[in-house]
Design a protein around this ligand. Structure first.
Ligand code: NAP
Ligand code: MG
Length: 462
């Protein structure tokens, strides 16, 4: 894998202020595949200054000009999609077909959607005797995680650029090569110097310096709730805009009238996909007691079929963390019906696709985000019980409802305290707002809702 030994700041790869580096490790074979600079507050400051200097001119471009740059970016992502997929596979460990379809494919769709939205969005409207303008917020500090390394970058950078904002990105330390590749595509797309800047580095050093920088106007963070709370507090103290996309513990509610085999099959696939490292994964499956045993059997069989084909988790640290949750599930009395804490391979950060039955709603594995291929199946007695369990966590990011009748599923979904719900296996929509209720976050990404996060309003009265 190609790695740059500098930071992409003000339109060029520049040497980092310090000499520390971060090793990038392939989670499949534990080999070091590259090194990137570990940025410091000095690098962050240089990047923020570049973004500030570039802001007035970029903010003054027409929406059509920004749309053209984003369309060029989308086209380069298309042209380089194989390289993107290979890079994500090398540093995240996801199987290549999944990297091609999802890690490379979804950012293309999202970049394309913002090329179109930039051209069509109403940045100006009449309200009575006023004209209301939607103006860019300013300099954006974007901090992203490793689980969908390119998607999470594009889901912030594309709408920020469409709005007329400039950006400094601090990507996850585990997946910086994908971020460097993205910086190359930005340069190729002819996006002016300073509009997008990249500082690789550690969260508590470079990430924190970016979140605290007084000249950053908006911090957009995706990652753990623990770090998100700190970033929210820092932003609040500085009266700065903040968007937080945090954890989840979403419920897959299978109502008695549902097609059980389909609901369980899709539900297991949803949790195992990306080795369970998806914030919106339906990690709690809720099944009526009358069909519980049948569901457990189906889920265990489905999970066993995956074996080690799901790929590893991202790092040794994540592997240890996920395995300790599996141990905890056993200790708290849940019944292992597939997988377990033992690694299925000698080498690599693999975790077996794991299914727990007899999970009760208050158990740790039913309350905390595990971020690994671990499914908890919980029994309910009636609809009120199902609703109470589904809503009974601090999170509210996503979910699913299955019923024989769509209207029945919709009625239940409307009572869920969560940001998005898939009805009878509804497909991912890159234009639908994505974000959380409760402690799953603040703000929305994707589509026009994602664009409005990067805009502030000004009204002129006549
Ligand atoms: P994390 O620490 O919250 O990482 C997210 C991003 O924030 C990374 O770029 C990280 O840098 C950075 N960061 C860390 N500490 C920071 C600080 N003090 N100030 C500013 N930025 C900071 O998450 P993680 O350690 O990668 O994963 C831990 C758990 O978080 C997972 O097990 C999972 O439960 C959850 N998670 C959720 C999502 C999601 O999509 N909602 C994504 C990833 C993880 P480094 O990469 O250097 O740490
Ligand atoms: Mg971290």
């Amino acid at each position: 894998m190609k790695a740059h030994d500098g930071m992409y700041i003000d339109g060029a790869w520049r040497p980092a202020a310090g000499t520390d580096t971060i090793e990038v490790v392939n989670p499949v074979d534990e080999q070091v595949i590259g090194r990137v600079p570990a940025g410091t507050a000095e690098d962050v400051d240089a990047a923020v200054r570049a973004a500030r200097a570039a802001f007035p001119a970029w903010a003054a471009t027409t929406p059509a000009e920004r749309a053209a740059r984003l369309a060029a970016l989308r086209d380069i992502l298309v042209a380089r999609k194989d390289e993107i997929a290979e890079t994500v596979t090398a540093e995240l460990g996801s199987p290549l077909p999944f990297s091609q379809a999802v890690h490379a494919g979804v950012p293309i769709a999202v970049a394309g959607s913002y090329a179109e939205l930039a051209a069509t969005y109403a940045f100006e409207e009449r309200v009575g005797n006023s004209t209301v303008y939607q103006e860019p917020v300013g300099v954006v500090g974007a901090i992203t995680p490793w689980n969908y390394p390119l998607h999470q970058i594009v889901a912030k950078v594309a709408p920020a650029l469409a709005a007329g904002c400039t950006v400094v990105l601090k990507p996850a330390e585990d997946t910086p090569l994908t971020a460097q590749l993205f910086a190359e595509t930005v340069a190729e797309a002819g996006i002016p110097a300073g509009v997008f800047n990249l500082v690789t580095g550690l969260g508590p050093v470079a990430g924190q310096a970016l979140a605290e920088h007084p000249d950053v106007d908006l911090v957009s963070f995706t990652g753990s709730t623990a770090v998100g709370k700190r970033i929210g507090a820092t932003a609040g103290a500085a009266v700065k805009r903040v968007a937080l996309e945090l954890g989840g513990k979403s419920a897959n509610v299978i109502l008695p009238s549902a097609d059980l085999a389909k609901a369980v099959g899709v539900g297991v696939a949803n949790v195992m996909s990306n080795s369970g490292q998806t914030c919106s994964a339906w990690t709690r499956m809720l099944v009526h007691s009358a069909r519980y045993d049948e569901a457990v059997e189906l889920a265990a069989a489905a999970a066993e079929k995956y074996g080690d084909r799901i790929g590893p988790v991202v790092s040794a640290k994540q592997q240890a963390r996920v395995r300790s949750y599996i141990d905890k599930g056993v200790t708290e009395g849940a019944r292992l019906v597939a997988g377990g804490p033992e690694s299925p391979r000698e080498q690599g950060y693999f975790v077996s696709p794991t299914v727990f039955a007899d999970v009760t709603p208050e158990m740790t594995i039913a309350q905390e985000e595990i971020f690994g291929p671990v499914l908890s199946i919980i029994r309910y007695e009636d609809e009120a019980d199902a609703l109470r369990i589904a809503n009974g966590t601090v999170y509210g990011l996503a979910g699913a409802v299955w019923a024989g009748d769509e209207a029945e599923a919709v009625a239940f979904a409307r009572r869920l305290d969560t940001g998005q719900v898939d009805i009878n296996g509804g497909r991912f929509n890159p234009l639908a707002p994505f974000g959380g209720y409760k402690q799953s976050g603040v703000g929305r990404e994707l589509g026009s809702h994602g664009l409005s996060e990067y805009l502030q309003t000004k009204s002129l009265q006549f």
